[in-house]
Design a protein around this ligand. Structure first.
Ligand code: NDP
Length: 289
């Protein structure tokens, strides 16, 4: 039989999590500050706990999904004694420092703690498209993975509880960079009467080709050695200057290419002009000047 699970927080996301557990046949206990948000889930078979203490005691595994970490600490901070012996998985969005701090707090109170980041909208929960990242003690994840699988594609990234949040923002860095690069090109081509739909397949092809470079470039970064096998950073910087000039001449925004060029110029000034592009990690890996 499926393992029991408790959900604390029945907002849009918490309700979707609870519904997915119910659908997968897990005895599901729920608690929410605004009690009426449990009504639909109770009609579908959930048990509504009268108190947070009862919610925590109802299942060996409790998943919490509130607005932010402050809400988690405010709410569960009043029930620290009930955390002893439970496993707590916090799927609330936050940063890595909050995740690590919350892990220490939970462990001080006798709980086992995993942090998580949900990379999906509520309607995707319960399907393979819902990617949910976890970090914290590996054996704890392994013990509850069969239960968590009801939510979607669940992965464990490592023992550091901050990793789920870090992967989450690293994913956003990729997403926005690809989207902004595409918008830059779309604006440029738009000045020649090319519509976005015509450029999109070309842009997609470039993004796919560049994505294919990542494993090889990652080897250079991990080795700390950047021989120019394809092109030197100086050559790339000249192309960046060209992108800036074209953008300015066309009357489109040049902020993004200027930022790229400024970083390359700093790396060249530090003596890396003859090395390959990933040497820029040395600029990215230190604070903004
Ligand atoms: P909602 O605003 O729908 O729900 C927020 C929940 O937090 C409610 O259950 C609310 O209770 C509860 N809450 C907030 N403050 C407190 C408090 N001080 N004490 C007790 N309960 C509190 O948000 P979502 O469900 O959409 O999001 C929840 C988390 O999931 C967030 O961290 C969000 O970033 C993350 N997430 C959401 C996604 C989405 O698409 N919705 C996608 C990925 C992550 P009450 O009902 O009583 O107000």
């Amino acid at each position: 039989t499926a393992a029991p699970v408790t959900i604390i927080g029945l907002g849009l996301m918490g309700s979707a999590l609870a519904a997915a557990f119910l659908k997968a046949g897990h005895p599901t206990t729920v608690w929410n500050r605004t009690t009426a948000k449990a009504d639909r889930l109770v009609a579908e078979g959930a048990e509504q706990a009268p108190t947070i203490g009862a919610a925590l005691k109802a299942s060996p595994l409790t998943i919490v999904c509130l607005t932010d970490y402050q809400a988690v600490r405010e709410l569960l901070g009043e029930h620290e004694a009930d955390l002893d012996g439970t496993t707590l998985i916090n799927l609330t969005s936050g940063d890595s420092a909050q995740a690590r701090e919350t892990a220490r707090w939970a462990e001080r109170n006798g709980a086992r703690y995993l942090d998580g980041a949900i990379m999906a909208v509520p309607s995707a929960i319960g399907t393979a498209e819902a990617v949910i990242l976890h970090s914290g003690p590996g054996p704890e994840f392994a013990a509850h993975e069969p239960t968590l699988a009801a939510l979607g594609t669940v992965t464990h990234l490592g023992a550091d509880p901050g990793l789920a949040s870090l992967y989450d923002v690293a994913g956003l860095a990729m997403m926005w960079s690809v989207l902004n690069a595409w918008l830059q090109g779309t604006a440029l081509l738009g000045t020649a009467g090319v519509d976005a739909a015509s450029y999109a397949p070309f842009a997609r092809q470039i993004a796919t080709v560049v994505a294919g470079w990542l494993p090889g470039y990652a080897e250079q970064v991990d080795a700390g050695s950047y021989p120019a096998e394809v092109s030197a950073l100086e050559t790339d910087a000249r192309a960046m200057a060209h992108l800036i000039e074209e953008s300015e001449a066309a009357g489109v925004n040049a902020d993004l290419p200027k930022l790229l060029k400024a970083m390359a110029d700093r790396s060249i000034a530090a003596g890396h002009g003859a090395e390959q592009y990933p040497v820029l990690i040395e600029e990215f890996a230190k604070p903004t000047p």
